[in-house]
Structure formats: C-alpha cells, structure tokens
Design a protein around this ligand. Structure first.
Ligand SMILES: C[S@@+](CC[C@H](N)C(=O)[O-])C[C@H]1O[C@@H](n2cnc3c(N)ncnc32)[C@H](O)[C@@H]1O
Length: 222
C-alpha cells in the first residue's frame, strides 16, 4: 500500500521495539507501514469514528496483518492500555490534539513518548506538553506535496525553553536548514497578509504580528 511522505517520515521516526497507539488512525496506513518495517514495533490503530476504523480493518486484512495490528474504537487516549509506551497523533489540528491529551491526564502521565504532527497551533501543542512533564527531544520537517509539516517527538522529562525556542522549536532553531527557511518564509508571508486584513484598532494583535515578522526575519537571515 502506498504511504505518503508525511506518514512515512513519522513511521521512520518511531524507535525500534516501541509499542504504539495511533490515535486517529483513519486508514491505518501508518500502522501497516510500522509493522512492515520489521523494527519489532507493535501498534494499535484506534479511531473515534466507525467509518475510518472499518477502512482501517479492510486495509489491515488486505495486507494479512490482522494478527499484528489490533484496532480499537474510542475517543483519544480512552483506547490506551498499559503495554503502550508511545502515542502517535498526526494529521489533526493542534487544538484537537491538546483536547485529546487534556481529557486523559492520568494516561498522559504513563506515556514515555509522544509523536505529534499537528496541522496548526504547533507552538501551543509544545507548550502544553512541556507544561505536563515532557521535553522536546526532536523536531523534523517533512514536505508532502505543497505543504511542510512539523513532527515533534516528546519524551518524559523537564526542560525550560525560552519564548524564541517555543516559537521556532528548540531543535529546529539549532538545526535550521533549507526546510526551516522555507517554512518560516511562508509563516512570514501569512503574517504579512494578516496585517493587511487586521483592522487598524486591533493594536495588540498587530503589534504581536509585527514582532513575530521581525523575529522570523532575524532567524532566516542568519
Ligand atoms: C485527518 S485524519 C488523520 C489520519 C492520520 N492520523 C494521518 O495522519 O493521516 C483524522 C482522524 O482522526 C480521527 N479522530 C478525530 N478526533 C479523534 C479523537 N478524539 N479520537 C480518536 N480519533 C479521532 C478522525 O475520525 C479521523 O479518522
């Protein structure tokens, strides 16, 4: 089965011998990729909706992986069980991801590794996780078609970050590279467009947006 560049990159970042819960698995293409990699990864494909989970089951059956990949119907971390050490949530908005983590604080405490790929509000996701005893171990960009996605790997532990590190990502800002520049060029453009649309009396939002543009310009010029 064909897997897109985004899901492949997420799959490649999962450590050997992990026991994963893929929350919002949809088609389960990631789970299929994970077990086929032969890195001794176990995974449970879970989704809140019956339709996607039925599709996941069909795909898993087509690949003859019914004995390898369990499917579970349920909301977010409700499908967690003790053997799981890694939770993957990708392809959702940042606010939805935070909502899923917030609804199950007891489960969140038990997880060693979070692999998150929010479509937006990435900074909020990082802040929420770091407030809840995770640190950012790695950050990766991946280009898929016309988009550049962030993948964030968080591990249990505490680290303090500056505002700039939260904004750009503490690992991204050290690594930089061409995708970093392209990603933040786009972020700069979207803020410039926002400035043309914001009413003149939105002083605070205009001020923070201008500051962010300056911050971005400084980092991508370096
Ligand atoms: C856009 S798809 C993303 C699929 C896949 N994770 C990816 O990255 O391509 C979002 C999936 O998340 C599921 N979903 C949304 N909210 C959820 C929740 N609270 N718990 C579990 N699954 C959820 C949806 O039913 C849908 O199948």
């Amino acid at each position: 089965m064909r897997i897109n560049a985004r899901l492949k990159k997420i799959g490649d970042l999962v450590e050997a011998n992990s026991f994963c819960l893929d929350v919002g698995c949809d088609h389960a293409l990631l789970d299929i990729y994970l077990v086929k990699q032969k890195k001794d990864i176990k995974t449970i494909a879970s989704d809140i909706a019956e339709g996607p989970l039925e599709q996941a089951k069909k795909n898993i059956k087509r690949e003859r992986l019914e004995n390898e990949i369990e499917t579970r119907l349920g909301d977010g971390l409700d499908t967690y069980s003790e053997e799981i050490n890694t939770v993957i949530i990708s392809g959702m908005g940042g606010k939805s991801i935070i909502g899923i983590l917030k609804r199950n604080p007891k489960v969140l405490k038990k997880i060693d590794t979070l692999i998150l790929s929010p479509n937006n509000y990435q900074e909020d996701v990082k802040r929420y996780c770091c407030k809840n005893k995770f640190f950012i171990q790695n950050e990766e960009f991946v280009r898929d078609k016309n988009f550049i996605y962030q993948i964030i790997i968080l591990k249990k532990g505490k680290k303090k970050y500056t505002r700039k590190e939260y904004f750009f990502g503490p690992v991204f800002i050290k690594k930089k590279g061409p995708l970093f520049r392209e990603y933040y060029e786009r972020e700069k453009k979207s803020r410039e467009i926002l400035l043309t649309l914001l009413p003149k009396n939105f002083y605070y939002k205009r001020w923070t947006t201008k500051n962010e543009i300056k911050m971005i310009e400084k980092e991508i010029e370096d």
